[in-house]
Design a protein around this ligand. Structure first.
Ligand code: ADP
Ligand code: MG
Ligand code: MG
Length: 883
């Protein structure tokens, strides 16, 4: 096997620039060189070598030596310099690069090939002694740190002392003799810490660095990052060895980083920073304050030091030309690293730039409008889940803020809530209806349920790629991480920020977009769904086949969902309406009644209330289909708890408290999830469904009469397992409908169908479709009943199941396509056999998950239904699935 691929100087062994083989960095160096851009020549040792290196027990095959020698000769031929030549040495950088850019990998080593002899040659040929010794000290420090693993601080300290002793403030004041003296100190440090002298043989230096890059693939840091980001260990990293170019050769030299468009707003303006007479990562390392790339940016920031556009206008023009070439070539916004050596521009890296959701949207829309990509590509470019960031409220710019502290803007959006210090409390308080902010020193996988339950997450430790940050972004929760001035006392349950003390239950607001943490609850504003967002959604709507509905049961939610583009309601859960404080007593009276007459008396009181509920929903959804699920949960969920609650019900029903308590006891169930619920309630107490059906049709007729636009009710019977169940329940609904139509003197179009949420129902779908006019896949229960896993208890083991690879993802979040999906396919096929035009949809949590939506597209469902804030995500995901 060939492991070494040359680039530059007309040799492009990597061909099209294969990322899997060459890593991202290597592939794009190869790509840039192949389109004639100025790239210093070099070679890439492939990712396959990394894999083999570990298979063989961390040794290199002999063949590699010859290939690397060949690679070096390639660089030597083009540069006219020889590696290790004391008169005019070739220097190289050694750079790691996996398929995706990955923190945790070895840092780049620059100026490799310098030693006590070659440094003199470099000084000679460059005519710049200071530059040569500056390069040498950089090399020794970097090599000692990243390859030899010596204590980095000792080197920094030596430099600081040297500056202090000379009364210097900045590195730029150091002269050749100072750098030379520093190198001598570094050499002593190496001898002291490593026990051996610094490697003087340039080939030892090179192989040491190459082994260190491959070694870093299995570093703890890299492993953690891979685990959090689902990156397989088999991918491996590549090593890039490349001729050095020097940004530190005086005032006509520079180094910089740039984006071809603004990565936070998406604006089509070059965006970047550079530093004159500097090398490598000086710009990002913050050694000196970098200067702006463009004059406009400098002027906007009111900064003094000249921009690159002003200071090096010719090179800047060349760079701008390269930006355009790169965008046209890669057809995406690029993140670029470059160096200017004595006025000559060199390209050192390009990749598709990371961007905020807002920028992703704007860039996709702009590029399609510019004709650089198609509308379809624009649709495919935006991650539906990233839209989540845009759909969340942001802080009202006009609101007064009492800022407590600032951390890292780890996951966008703003959230207010009560402080809680642990995940269990977060979950408990959330169930009680409180909004909470989970405050932790740092988070770990055990906190996931609490992070989910929280409106936002705040941590004292951890960076932008900490566990909290990565998970919060994945969940779409706002997160501020690494707020270092927080001191959290978990025992006392207090949070201290400077002199201020906050306790559990106090309200704070976090802004994950800016990193600010504020006292109290700061008002938020709803996102604007116009502009680029509206344009992209419009394109998505043109290509998608699946309809998108929403799961909603209040007029407010319905309105939000319609604004987000919902085309109907896929699931309206009627029991939520029963829980309302004003009606719960009547509901309880109904449940605890001894006989039908007692129940009817209570239902009589509930009817106008339900009718009003449906009326207000139908008004919002006029003209659109509304799927209403008749009462589903086990009755005992509505039971009174306290003495006073029992007393209230007793009074309403006109019976004794003792009678009620006995009835309540009788309703106890061992396994309510599989107990007296769903259509079983309707079978035993048909009067409940009769009342609900009546409420639906009365409201529908009224809205039709008032507005002229009738809703299309789709009455859904839950938890059906057999044809006969559905037949009985449909009869109840049809009879109620006919009675209402006769009373109101008008007919309304409606359907009666069922949830498919039991495996038997899926298997018997052909029979069930003889009665049911539509199926809605209730994938929450279908997942529970197919896997035999209770969603409410799964938290204790599901994380491990995912860690151990038993499930690729939480099956309650992303549909188990192989198992549950198969049942859906069977039901679709059998249902259509009986009733070719049967309406099919999905109303579980999965209806808002892009992977599950893709499955719904393949299976040919008619619609998906998602929670209101997920509707745009579903629209985009449905479009992507249809491409
Ligand atoms: P990272 O993956 O951390 O971005 P790089 O391999 O891109 O690391 O190296 C970091 C920086 O080092 C580059 O941006 C560039 O400024 C500098 N660098 C790398 N290789 C060379 C080279 N051959 N000549 C000059 N500078 C280089
Ligand atoms: Mg780096
Ligand atoms: Mg880089």
């Amino acid at each position: 096997t060939k492991y070494v691929y040359r680039f530059g100087g007309g040799a492009n062994d990597g061909g099209a620039g294969d990322k899997f083989l060459l890593g991202g960095k290597g592939a794009n160096l190869d790509g840039m060189a192949s389109i004639g851009l100025p790239v210093p020549p070099g070679f890439t040792i492939s990712t396959e070598m990394c894999t083999r290196y570990y298979q063989d027990g961390e040794v290199f095959p002999d063949s590699l030596k010859a290939e690397v020698a060949e690679g070096l000769r390639h660089i030597e031929a083009i540069t006219g310099k020889n590696f290790g030549d004391a008169a005019d040495p070739l220097l190289v950088s050694v750079r790691s690069g996996a398929r995706v850019s990955m923190p945790g990998m070895m840092d780049t080593v620059l100026n490799l090939g310098l030693n006590d002899a070659t440094v003199e040659g470099l000084a000679q040929v460059s005519g710049d002694e200071r530059f040569a010794w500056d390069s040498y000290r950089r090399f020794v420090q970097m090599y000692s740190d990243v390859v030899l693993g010596l204590d980095h601080d000792a080197f920094e300290e030596a430099l600081e002392i040297m500056k202090e002793d000379n009364g210097f403030f900045s590195d730029t004041e150091m002269e050749a003799k100072h750098w030379k003296a520093l190198v001598a100190e570094y050499m002593a440090l190496v001898q002291d810490q490593w026990g051996k002298p610094f490697p003087q043989d340039v080939h030892d230096q090179l192989w040491g660095a190459v082994a260190a890059v491959f070694g870093s693939w299995q570093s703890e840091r890299a492993k953690v990052y891979r685990r959090l980001n689902d990156i397989p260990a088999e991918w491996g990293t590549a090593v890039n060895v490349q001729a050095m170019v020097f940004g530190n050769m005086g005032d006509t030299s520079a180094t910089g980083v740039a984006f071809t468009r603004n990565p936070s707003t998406g604006e089509n303006l070059y965006y970047g920073e550079f530093l004159i007479n500097a090398q490598g990562e000086d710009v990002v390392a913050g050694i000196r304050t970098p200067q702006y790339l463009t004059r406009q940016a400098r002027e906007e920031a009111n900064a003094k030091p000249q921009s690159m556009e002003e200071a090096m206008s010719e090179t800047y023009a060349e760079l701008a030309r390269v930006f355009d070439i790169l965008e046209k070539h890669y057809r995406d916004m690029q993140d670029i690293e470059f160096t200017v050596e004595r006025g000559k521009l060199w390209m050192l890296q390009t990749r598709s730039g990371k961007r905020t959701a807002k920028a992703a949207l704007r860039i996709a829309v702009d590029m399609a409008n510019e004709g650089l990509i198609t509308e379809e590509e624009a649709i495919a470019r935006v991650d539906p889940m990233a839209l989540d960031q845009l759909l969340h409220p942001s802080l009202d710019p006009a609101a007064v803020r009492d800022v407590l502290t600032k951390g890292l803007p780890a996951s966008p959006g703003a959230a207010s809530g009560l402080i809680v210090f642990d995940a269990d409390t977060a979950e408990r308080r959330n169930e009680m209806g409180d909004s909470v902010i989970l405050v932790r020193i740092e988070t770990s996988p055990e906190d996931i349920h609490g992070m989910h339950a929280a409106r936002g997450i705040l941590t004292a430790r951890g960076g932008m790629t900490s566990h909290a940050a990565v998970v919060a972004r994945g969940m779409g929760r706002p997160c501020v991480s690494g707020a270092g001035s927080l001191s959290i006392d978990n025992k006392e349950r207090v949070l201290r920020i400077g002199k201020r003390e906050l306790r559990e239950g106090d309200t704070i607001t976090i802004d994950g977009t800016t990193g600010e943490v504020m006292m109290g609850s700061v008002p938020t504003v709803q996102p604007e769904l116009v502009g680029d967002f509206g344009v992209l959604m419009g394109w998505a709507d043109k290509v998608r086949r699946l309809k998108v509905r929403t799961n909603a049961e209040t007029p407010e939610d319905c309105r939000v969902a319609r604004d987000f583009g919902a085309e109907g309601i896929g699931l309206c859960r009627t029991e939520h309406m029963f829980f309302e404080a004003s009606r719960i007593t009547n509901v309880r009276q109904m449940i605890l009644a001894e006989d039908e007459a007692g129940r009817r008396a209570a239902l009589e009181k509930l009817l106008p209330e339900q009718r009003a509920d449906f009326h207000s929903i139908f008004e919002v959804m006029a003209g659109l289909p509304v799927t209403i699920r008749l009462l589903d949960p086990p009755l005992h969920e509505f039971l009174p708890h306290s003495e006073s609650e029992f007393a209230e019900v007793a009074q309403a029903a006109g019976v004794g408290v003792e009678v009620l308590k006995r009835r309540a006891n009788e309703l106890h169930e061992f396994n309510p999830m599989l107990g007296h619920r769903g259509c079983r309630l309707g079978v035993t107490y048909p009067e409940i469904y009769e009342m609900q059906a009546r409420a639906i049709f009365e409201a529908a007729c009224d809205v039709a009469a008032e507005s002229g636009a009738a809703p299309i009710p789709e009455v859904m019977i839950p938890l059906v397992a057999t044809r006969r169940e559905l037949e009985l329940m449909k009869k109840v609904v049809d009879v109620a409908a006919e009675m209402v139509f006769a009373e109101k003197g008008r007919r309304i179009e409606y359907l009666v169908g069922t949830m498919i949420e039991l495996p038997r129902a899926a298997l018997m779908a052909d029979e069930i479709a003889e009665v049911g006019e539509f199926f809605s896949f209730g994938t929450n229960d279908l997942t529970q009943t197919t896997l035999g896993v209770s969603r409410d208890d799964a938290g204790r083991f599901l994380t491990q199941y995912v860690d151990k690879g038993i499930f690729a993802r939480d099956p309650f979040v992303s549909l188990d396509i192989e198992g549950v999906g198969q049942l859906i396919e069977i039901a679709v096929q059998k249902g259509r056999k009986t009733r070719p035009d049967i309406k099919l949809g999905i109303c579980g949590e999965h209806g808002g998950d892009p992977a599950s939506i893709a499955f719904c597209e393949t299976t040919g469902l008619d619609y998906v239904s998602a929670s209101p804030y997920r509707v745009p995500i579903a629209r985009l995901a449905a479009a992507q699935a249809a491409l």
